[in-house]
Design a binder for this molecule. Structure first.
Ligand code: SAH
Ligand code: SF4
Length: 381
C-alpha cells in the first residue's frame, strides 16, 4: 500500500525518505512542496531528482479526503464537508476576520464524550481521524483559499481544534498533525495560534504540555461537579479539582500563556448570576491571580435533538458582568456561519442521518457538482 505523505510530520517524512536511501534535506524539500506549495503531483516537484520522483510515484501519494460539499455564509464563513469513508463525513470551517483567518478543524468522526448540548456528541463516536485526515483539512483549505483569492501568501493564520471530536482522545494522530502546523517548513504557525480545545482529558493535557504546548482551551460549562457531570459526562472521570490541577500544570509548560475556558450559555441551566459568582470562586482557587485564564462565553447554538435553549443576550451580559467585575477577562463569542449550520456545536447536523451522507457520496461520485460563485472575504470563488 502507498504511504500517504500527509500522515507525516517532518521527522516522519525524513524517516520515510531515509528508508528510500534519501538524505534528510530531501524530506525538507518534499515537505515544503506539499505544505507550502500545496503540490500533490510528484512530477511537478522539479527540484527533486527524477529518480526520486519516480520512486515516490511508486511508493507514496498525497491524498486528502474527497470533498462532498461546500457552503458559504453571508458573513464569509465557509464550511466544507469531507467524506472519510465508511459513511462518515467530517467538517472544517473557515472564519475570516479583518486581522486573521481561522480554520476550525475536526479530530474525530463523531465523539465519545457525549456532551448534552453538542450535536457531534449526540451523533456518537464513529472513529478517530488519521493524522493525514486532520492535516488534509488545513492543506486543502489553505491552498484552496490561496488559489481562489489569488494570494500567494498565507491565508489561514490560526487553527482551532474545535470541530467535530475530542482531540485529546485521538492523541497519537493529533500530535504529528500539530507539528505539521507549527513547522517552519509546513504552515509556520506559532504555537499560540494553534488551539487545542478539550472537554478535560486530564492525563492527555499533561502529555500535550510536554510534547507540544500549543494554546489550550478547556470546555468548562459549569461551576460545580454536580452540573458538569450532567453536561459533560467526562467530568465523572476527571472532576473539576483534577481538571483545574491539570490546567495549572499546563501553564508551567507554556509560560506567559493563559488557559481559555469555554462556557456554553444554556438558559436556566448554567447562566444565573449566582453561577457566575461560583465560577469566579472556582477560578480564584487556582492559577494564582486573575491573569491565568480567560473566559469565552459561547451562546448556545441550538439543534433540534438537544431540548435546550440559548440564554437571552441580557442574561449573557449579566453573567459576563459578574466575571469582569472580578477582574476576569471575558469575551462573548460572536456566532459565525449560522445560516450554514457552521457555528460551534452545530457541526455534524448533516452527518447524523447516515443515509443522507451515503446518498450524497453517491451523487458526488456520479454527477459532477456545479456550484455557483461563492464570495469569500470579498473575492469570488
Ligand atoms: N471536543 C472539544 C472540541 C470540540 S467542541 C471540546 O469539547 O472542547 C468545541 C467547542 O464548542 C467546545 O467548547 C464545545 O463545548 C462547544 N460547543 C459544543 N456544542 C455547542 C453548541 N451547541 N453551542 C455552542 N457551543 C457548543
Ligand atoms: Fe465531544 Fe466536544 Fe461535543 Fe463534548 S463538546 S461531545 S467533547 S465534540
Amino acid at each position: 500500500m502507498k504511504a500517504n505523505l500527509l500522515d507525516f510530520d517532518i521527522e516522519g517524512l525524513a524517516a520515510f525518505c531515509a528508508g528510500m536511501g534519501e538524505k534528510p534535506f530531501r524530506a525538507t524539500q518534499l515537505f515544503r512542496w506539499i505544505h507550502q506549495r500545496g503540490e500533490s503531483d510528484f512530477s511537478a516537484m522539479t527540484d527533486l531528482a527524477k529518480s526520486l520522483r519516480d520512486k515516490l510515484a511508486v511508493s507514496a501519494h498525497i491524498a486528502a479526503p474527497v470533498l462532498l460539499s461546500q457552503h458559504a455564509s453571508v458573513d464569509g464563513t465557509i464550511k466544507w464537508l469531507f467524506d472519510v469513508g465508511g459513511g462518515d463525513a467530517v467538517e472544517a470551517v473557515f472564519i475570516p476576520e479583518t486581522d486573521r483567518g481561522t480554520l476550525c478543524i475536526s479530530s474525530q468522526a463523531g465523539c465519545a464524550v457525549g456532551c448534552r448540548f453538542c450535536s457531534t456528541g449526540h451523533q456518537g463516536f464513529s472513529r478517530n481521524l488519521s493524522t493525514a485526515e486532520i492535516v488534509a483539512q488545513l492543506w486543502f483549505a489553505e491552498h484552496f483559499l490561496r488559489k481562489h483569492l489569488g494570494q500567494s501568501t498565507r491565508v489561514i493564520s490560526n487553527v482551532v481544534m474545535m470541530g467535530m471530536g475530542e482531540p485529546l482522545q485521538n492523541y497519537a494522530a493529533l500530535v504529528p498533525a500539530l507539528r505539521v502546523m507549527l513547522s517552519d517548513h509546513g504552515y509556520g504557525l506559532s504555537r499560540r495560534r494553534v488551539t487545542v480545545s478539550t472537554s478535560g482529558v486530564v492525563p492527555m493535557m499533561d502529555r500535550l504540555g510536554l510534547d507540544c504546548p500549543v494554546a489550550l482551551a478547556v470546555s468548562l460549562h459549569a461551576p460545580d461537579d454536580l452540573l458538569r457531570n450532567q453536561l459533560v459526562p467526562l467530568n465523572l472521570k476527571y472532576p473539576l479539582a483534577e481538571l483545574m490541577g491539570a490546567c495549572e500544570r499546563y501553564l508551567a509548560y507554556a509560560p506567559r500563556d493563559f488557559i481559555t475556558f469555554e462556557y456554553c450559555m444554556l438558559e436556566g441551566v448554567n447562566d444565573s448570576v449566582e453561577q457566575a459568582q461560583q465560577l469566579v470562586d472556582l477560578l480564584g482557587r487556582y492559577g494564582g491571580g486573575a491573569a491565568w485564564c480567560k473566559l469565552n462565553l459561547i451562546p448556545f447554538n441550538p439543534f433540534p435533538a438537544s431540548g435546550l435553549l440559548c440564554s437571552p443576550p441580557q442574561r449573557v451580559q449579566a453573567f459576563a458582568q459578574v466575571l469582569m467585575a472580578a477582574g476576569l477577562t471575558t469575551t462573548i463569542r460572536k456566532t459565525r456561519g449560522q445560516d450554514i449550520d457552521a457555528a460551534c456545536g452545530q457541526l455534524a447536523g448533516d452527518v447524523m442521518d447516515r443515509t443522507r451522507v451515503q446518498e450524497r457520496i453517491l451523487i458526488q461520485r456520479t454527477v459532477k457538482l456545479v456550484r455557483g460563485p461563492v464570495a469569500v472575504a470579498g473575492a469570488v470563488l
